[in-house]
Design a protein around this ligand. Structure first.
Ligand SMILES: Nc1ncnc2c1ncn2[C@@H]1O[C@@H]2COP(=O)(O)O[C@H]3[C@@H](O)[C@H](n4cnc5c(N)ncnc54)O[C@@H]3COP(=O)(O)O[C@H]2[C@H]1O
Ligand SMILES: Nc1ncnc2c1ncn2[C@@H]1O[C@@H]2COP(=O)(O)O[C@H]3[C@@H](O)[C@H](n4cnc5c(N)ncnc54)O[C@@H]3COP(=O)(O)O[C@H]2[C@H]1O
Lengths: 141, 141
């Protein structure tokens, strides 16, 4: 893709493939999700169901909002609540054959967007970093 | 800036001014910093000293790393530790008169970059969202 003009780049050229993406499962307790997020350092990650279909995304803020009680942090909620109870389900997606400009549009308001195939199976993520690197390459072509 | 070509745009055209940026102070306890981050929803915010000079940045991950004990979350550290003990100090900065492409380069690896004046006073932040919106405007010009 080094020599491709922006118009010739498609989402699958820039995406991080699913095997390299940290994710959590629908039924995981919040404690597990928070550990994955803290250990990886990521702000948010995709949520998959057991058959590897995309069902949503979850981040640190929504988990912390759950345990932020009136007096102080109510830590025991972490083991009693599950990812599916708090995850975001209304998330944008892309398909691998969409154009660069379609990816750019969706990343304006989202740090990453999940890529799925025609049967809703999770195939990877497109990140703002990948888009910015392609823009920089194009700027200096 | 609607009609400006990317080459004519400078950092101050796109930045969020300091009065609209959530930030914390050097001496704040970690508990205060975590509340600001959770209430605002931001992943990380700038850290300023009492004279409004930029001294670093702090995010949710580094605070959570501090309270993640061997057995479980050690919440009492939140009130005994201060921002200055855990914040990142090696952060990139920009000045308001730098060009669009200088901002683009620094945002490839950082979700936002702080903007300072010649005396190191904090004047605002440049975000990836602002860069992506400018790229989209330019794409359709
Ligand atoms: N371990 C690491 N090594 C190097 N740089 C790191 C890093 N963790 C974060 N960064 C940098 O910080 C940016 C923001 O990360 P954040 O976790 O908030 O937001 C991330 C995260 O929520 C998600 N993400 C990225 N890579 C991921 C992966 N392999 N698995 C799961 N989620 C990922 O996509 C968002 C945007 O990623 P993007 O690369 O554009 O932007 C990343 C990247 O530039
Ligand atoms: N309250 C809100 N309303 C609407 N959209 C929201 C939002 N909070 C977050 N977003 C969206 O999510 C992106 C990532 O936010 P994050 O908090 O991880 O990362 C943010 C945050 O750490 C920091 N940031 C942005 N605006 C800020 C502000 N006013 N004060 C302090 N920090 C800010 O800059 C990073 C990149 O911001 P950017 O706008 O490029 O990208 C934002 C924006 O597109």
């Amino acid at each position: 893709i080094e020599d491709k003009a922006l118009d010739d780049i498609v989402v699958s050229d820039l995406m991080i493939p699913s095997e390299k993406v940290a994710h959590v499962q629908l039924k995981n307790p919040l404690e597990h999700a928070l550990l994955v997020l803290v250990k990886s350092g990521y702000s948010a990650v995709p949520v998959l169901d057991p058959s590897y279909k995309l069902v949503g995304a979850i981040g640190k803020t929504v988990i912390l909002n759950q345990i932020l009680g009136i007096e102080q942090f109510e830590i025991d909620k972490l083991s009693t609540m599950r990812v599916e109870e708090v995850m975001h389900t209304d998330i944008p997606t892309l398909s691998g054959d969409e154009r660069f400009v379609d990816g750019l549009k969706k990343l304006i308001n989202h740090p990453f967007v999940c890529v799925t195939d025609e049967n809703d199976y999770f195939t990877g993520i497109l990140t703002r970093r990948a888009i910015l690197k392609a823009v920089q390459r194009d700027y200096f072509r």
